[in-house]
Design a protein around this ligand. Structure first.
Ligand code: URA
Length: 227
């Protein structure tokens, strides 16, 4: 049980001062009874604001189908942000909702967001080798030499001291392949493809660990579960 003002502030409903005003204004009830004392204790699932249950009282874990031209940064001056495609008060939750790793501005597809920072660190830690699958449109046709390089475990990408771990490659078409990697280096797929003398025209992530995009529409998000 948490103090009502702390609980509402943690879920992003406003600053401590703002939520105290909401509570004192009679807009909050607990188990169907109006509560005007901000210090009274409650469980988030029992609380309603203006008669509406609280949003994601037990935490946020969602999949977003990120369109191109959307950035993963919190900075408001970098254009449309992934955080602009989910409820705005999520950014004010404590713990804050964050993207699990990043996708480039030019990359579309599956982006996980969560306020579970322990899960976030596990999913992004190099130790855990979480598989990410990218459908990759190439500027020039795929060939066996490129396949051998991507899967070799010896491919060096510019500036990096260590070779990339072996990728898995599925051929989808003459200039379309799916690349699955377990690392998360900066611009990794684009740089791996460039190191093979080819170029990425379009990049779309379809899988992240146990989750896949399925038929989630571009720009939409949905709740997901842990296995
Ligand atoms: N690799 C890239 O090059 N870009 C991404 O956004 C993700 C992986």
């Amino acid at each position: 049980m948490l103090r009502l003002d702390r609980l509402l502030a943690n879920l992003g409903y406003g600053s401590r001062r703002e939520v105290i005003m909401l509570i004192r204004g009679g807009r909050v009830d607990v188990d169907g009874t109006r509560v005007v004392d901000p210090s009274s204790k409650a469980r988030s699932a029992d609380v309603r604001l203006d008669g509406v249950p609280l949003d994601h009282p037990h935490g946020v874990l969602v999949a977003l189908n990120k369109p191109v031209d959307v950035v993963c940064s919190h900075e408001p001056d970098e254009g449309t942000r992934a955080y602009d495609l989910v409820p705005p008060h999520w950014e004010y939750r404590n713990p804050r909702v964050e993207t699990v790793g990043r996708l480039d501005k030019d990359t579309s597809g599956l982006l996980i967001l969560t306020d579970d920072h322990q899960l976030l660190h596990r999913l992004t830690s190099p130790k855990h080798h979480v598989v990410k699958r990218y459908v990759t449109t190439l500027a020039a046709p795929f060939d066996e030499t490129m396949g051998a390089s991507l899967t070799s475990g010896t491919l060096l990408i510019d500036g990096d001291a260590n070779p990339c771990l072996p990728a898995e490659v599925e051929v989808l078409g003459a200039q379309s392949i799916a690349i699955s990697i377990t690392e998360g280096r900066y611009h990794q797929v684009r740089r791996m493809v460039a190191a093979c003398g080819n170029h990425v025209e379009a990049l779309h992530r379809t899988h992240f660990g146990e989750w896949s995009l399925d038929d989630l529409a571009e720009g939409q998000w949905t709740d997901i579960q842990r296995a």
